[in-house]
Ligand binder design. Structure first.
Ligand code: UDP
Ligand code: MG
Length: 316
């Protein structure tokens, strides 16, 4: 081998002041005895706690550190995208800044990559320090998502993974706004394999993914990979129509055989109206979700904006 291969580690972060120093230390330790060249590409997703300034200061002294600062908070998925867009390694590892994804797993990912796999995802054997609500919702989500989308995304793998250069290039071609990176890395294909690891508890700070934010990501994931909710609406509509026909037949029978019972029909009428009103509103809302996607994609705005890249100081 003439030139050592380079591994870029993309880490999006939002206010992770206490975690970044530990991250840098542990990643440096992992690569200390290895032949690969490496770069820690920290993507600041609009931090306000001074963690970005700390990172930029590190980048000035340490050639292994590069910082990309986004102009504001664009969200985890877009921060990962920004990192992948600028990463120039032969392979790119994506991981979280909070030490839930232990850097010590990276060598195992690299070994699998050397075996010829282009996407190596880290599968959570266990998850420490997370509430059972979150674990339960996460487990259900992976199952529903697989059923709905037929995308064969690995169960219980998060964003922690290694991707080969060719996959990074493929992902750069995908410019949709509502991105679910785990789904996309599966969608692009190539040879994929998994490596198991134990997900640790957060080292410091609070999670930036409360349950409602995870639910939104799950909803984004499903609606951007599948039109099935639209089909459910059609099926629901058909079902309600069938019920209505049966109801009409029943009422006609009553009119013939027990006309006196029809006089007090207003209560059931209201019940049916309210039910149908609800079904219609839900359906319109669901349609609206897809229409708003078209609206947002149609604007063709950039996915994120960069304030600074320590590799090109001119952007400061
Ligand atoms: N993060 C980010 N932008 C956001 C939210 C989170 O870059 O808008 C980062 C965060 O700093 C961390 C990673 O994404 O490095 C995962 O977030 P977190 O640990 O809060 O999520 P959890 O592991 O609890 O699902
Ligand atoms: Mg975390």
């Amino acid at each position: 081998m003439n030139k050592p291969q380079k591994i870029t580690i993309v880490v999006p972060f939002l206010n992770e002041k206490e975690n970044l120093p530990v991250l840098l230390e542990r990643v440096s330790a992992v690569f200390a005895g290895r032949e690969e060249d490496w770069e820690l590409l920290l993507v600041d997703d609009g931090s306000t706690d001074g963690s970005a300034e700390w990172a930029v200061a590190q980048a000035k002294e340490n050639r292994h550190v590069r910082v990309l600062r986004l102009s504001r908070n664009f969200g985890h998925q877009l921060a990962i995208t920004a990192g992948l867009d600028r990463a120039d390694g032969d392979a790119v590892v994506v991981m979280d800044a909070d030490m839930q994804d232990p850097p010590e797993t990276i060598p195992a990912l690299i070994d699998k990559w050397r075996e010829g796999y282009e996407v190596v995802y880290a599968v959570r054997r266990s998850r420490a320090g997370e509430t059972w609500v979150k674990k339960f919702l996460a487990a259900s989500f992976y199952r529903v998502f697989r059923r709905l989308t037929k995308a064969n995304i690995p169960m219980d793998a998060g964003d922690f993974r290694l991707v080969d250069r060719c996959v990074v290039d493929a992902l750069r071609e995908v410019r949709e706004l509502h991105r679910f990176m785990r789904g996309l890395t599966c969608w692009v294909g190539f040879r994929q394999a998994g490596v198991e690891y134990d997900r640790a508890a957060r080292h410091a700070g609070e999670t930036k993914y409360p349950v409602w934010k995870s639910a939104r990501l799950a909803f984004d994931a499903i609606t951007s990979f599948s039109g099935s909710p639209l089909r459910w609406i059609a099926v629901l509509g058909l079902g309600v129509c069938l019920l209505a026909i049966l109801w009409v037949l029943y009422v006609m029978g009553l009119a013939v055989f027990r006309p006196e019972s029809l006089e007090k029909g207003w209560a059931s009428l209201i019940a049916v109206m309210v039910f149908l009103g609800g079904v219609q509103l839900v359906s319109i809302g669901m349609l609206g979700q897809y229409v708003s996607r078209i609206f947002e994609e149609g604007k063709h705005r950039p996915l994120y904006l960069v304030r600074q890249d320590t590799r090109s100081p001119a952007s400061e």
